[in-house]
Design a protein around this ligand. Structure first.
Ligand SMILES: [Zn+2]
Ligand SMILES: [Zn+2]
Length: 186
């Protein structure tokens, strides 16, 4: 049986590299598979991963190296490296978008008089909907909605980033804290 271990190797990253291309576009990498199939670019690597039953985000490794030297577990496939798990998880993401609405999260946030953490709102969401842990990607969906409320000026983020991966432009938050913006007093 042929094994298909896909590896990615970093290219030289220019000083002025586009951070979006680097992090979201996953550029500046060269790919190869242990079976010898040529993988000239990211799209070819993703296609080959999919053909061989592997997650198209981590290419089967279960880890994601976001910038050189910073690795985190692949969220797309629950760190299994498997395409079938990734597909199930994609459906779960869609379901989470349906059941966890902006109104629901806004209502939960209203129950916190002071600052609150992402994990606290995620726990409150699970409790309200009666969702067991790990059933739906609650945390990522709640985070997206809280960031949406932040962008709309309803919330302010209080936390500083936990990791600055490429200066202040690529940052990571583990369990950020927000606070409601009180309506201006008359
Ligand atoms: Zn292969
Ligand atoms: Zn993966």
């Amino acid at each position: 049986m042929t094994t298909h271990t896909i590896t990615a190797q970093w290219d030289e990253i220019p000083e002025n590299a586009d951070d979006r291309a680097l992090v979201e576009g996953r550029a500046f990498r060269t790919f190869r598979c242990s079976c010898g199939t040529p993988l000239p670019n990211r799209a070819a690597a993703e296609l080959h991963a999919s053909e061989t039953g592997q997650c198209t985000v981590c290419l089967g490794s279960a880890d994601e190296e976001i910038v050189p030297g910073f690795v985190r577990r692949c969220a797309a496939c629950a760190a299994t490296g498997r395409r079938n798990v990734q597909l199930v998880w994609e459906v779960a993401h869609g379901e989470a978008e349906q059941v966890i609405t902006l109104d629901l999260v806004r209502g939960l946030v209203d129950g916190f008089p002071g600052p609150f953490r992402l994990s606290e709102v995620a726990d409150a969401t699970r409790l309200t909907l009666g969702l067991p842990l790990g059933r739906l990607p609650v945390g990522p969906r709640v985070r997206d909605l809280l960031r949406e409320m932040e962008a709309a000026g309803e919330l302010v983020m209080l936390s500083a980033p936990d990791e600055m991966l490429r200066g202040p432009s690529v940052v990571l938050y583990r369990d950020p804290q927000w606070q409601r913006v009180s309506p201006a007093s008359p």
